[in-house]
Design a protein around this ligand. Structure first.
Ligand code: NG1
Length: 413
């Protein structure tokens, strides 16, 4: 038998494509992504010192090392090691002792800074590698009789969502949960507070075409301020709208005192959403009202879209994607001309629906196609979006069909 130190391991964590429910997670509302068959992987061996040493085949990512000791200080803003530091810091702060470290190489085929959650995939892969190195299993949360240490996937997803905020984004928990809970052939309804994941089968004959806008959406750098500004505006809008939400309009608000701000979750299930929006409009500034309207209507669209998928009514699902894109463009103001162009071309070429996916500000769009429209949609995007901009066809990182894939894990190599 090989000694433990000689063993080599591979932690694999998928990216995700969010199908609908954008900028809802940090407002406590459900999202509906798929984990995809593109991943970030760390090939590593366990070392006896509490140290992380990682490199990458890509010249863009310089090798780094840090000690697994509190406090773990961040590297410069935008430095890729911050995602690994975030994972280590989250585990240490959770009280997990990291006496052993890892040494290895990070690679993968999940496109970077594209709204496909390669950052959370790196955070999750790092956490899984460090847990493996320190003998902590990650399982489905069932009770263990043998006294061995284990952490459930849900617990790890929630912990890594908090940990990733170390990088400076006031993000929600969608990405880490999708990455850890992916199920082949399924979309995932993810709910928050408490975190819950429910797989929903994607009907046969339907595909998700992912198209890059060719504009990077660096949430560790440029897009961070605009993302966090949206999160702040949503909190302000909610606090300011309290006077417009009498008890009868907030059916889930229980016995909350009337001067307590409602939760978006209460508002999404309001009996008269039109009336609610009219009242709130009188109170909020135009910008805060638009942010509020996006969150509340997007929350409703997620529930309707899940039902449409369960009913195998994918044209209805596609219409809801289009409404989502319009709301992100007009009310949330996170789309770009490039993303709008991709959505327009995909719909004209026969896609059942299309929208930006992820935070926006660049990154990717996703189009819903049946088997017969995949090729025409990809050809139209190539001819009308990519060729004029690139002078040639897109790479397979820019335009591809994403398959709903399984969740993150560690294998022996
Ligand atoms: P992307 O753009 O894929 O990094 C970000 C957030 C999500 C969610 C979406 C918008 C992180 C790590 N990711 O995703 O939680 O809020 O924006 O729906 O914060």
């Amino acid at each position: 038998m090989r000694s433990r130190d000689a063993a080599r391991w591979r932690a694999i964590a998928p990216g995700r494509v969010n199908l609908i429910g954008e900028h809802t997670d940090y407002n406590g509302l459900p999202v509906f992504p798929i984990a995809i068959d593109r991943d970030v992987r760390i090939e590593f061996r366990v070392v006896d010192d509490p140290v992380v040493r990682l490199d990458s085949p890509s010249a863009r990512f310089a090798p780094f090392a840090f000690q697994l000791k509190r406090p773990i200080e961040p590297a410069a803003q935008g430095d890729w090691s911050n995602y690994v530091r975030a994972a280590a810091r989250g585990l240490l702060e959770h009280g997990i002792s990291l006496k052993r470290g890892i040494e290895g190489t990070v690679s993968g085929d999940a496109p970077i800074a594209s709204g496909l959650s390669s950052s959370s995939a790196l955070v999750v892969a790092s956490a899984l590698a460090l847990l493996k190195a320190n003998g902590v299993d990650v399982d489905d949360g069932a009770a263990r009789g043998d006294g061995s240490r284990a952490m459930s996937r849900l617990e790890l997803a929630a912990l890594m969502a908090r940990a990733e905020r170390f990088v400076g984004l006031e993000g929600g928990g969608m990405d880490q949960a999708a990455c850890l809970h992916g199920v082949e052939g399924h979309a995932l309804r993810i709910e928050f507070d408490p975190l819950r994941v429910t797989p929903v089968p994607v009907p046969d004959g339907w595909r998700w075409v992912v198209a890059s806008s060719l504009v990077r959406a660096e949430k560790s750098a440029g897009a961070r301020g605009r993302y966090n500004e949206r999160a702040r505006q949503c909190r302000e809008a909610l606090a300011a709208s309290v006077g417009a939400v009498p008890g009868g309009q907030a059916p889930n608000s229980g016995n909350r005192a009337t001067n307590t701000a409602p939760a978006y979750n209460d508002l999404v299930s309001a009996a008269d959403p039109g009336g609610l929006l009219r009242r709130v409009r009188r109170i909020l500034s135009p910008v805060l009202f638009r942010r509020f309207r996006h969150v509340v209507t997007e929350g409703r669209r997620v529930a309707l879209a899940e039902q449409a998928m369960r009913d195998v009514n994918m044209h209805r699902f596609g219409q809801l994607m289009v409404r989502s894109h319009e709301s992100l463009r007009d009310d949330y103001e996170v789309s770009t001309g490039e993303l709008d162009a991709i959505v327009g071309v995909a719909l004209e070429a026969g896609a059942a629906g299309a929208r930006l996916t992820g935070a926006g500000f660049g990154g990717c769009a996703v189009a819903l196609c049946d088997d017969s429209t995949v090729a025409p949609v990809m050809e139209a995007l190539t001819a009308r979006f990519y060729k004029p901009r690139l002078g040639g066809p897109p790479t397979t990182d820019m335009l591809f069909v994403a398959k709903p894939g399984g969740g993150a894990g560690v294998q022996e190599m």
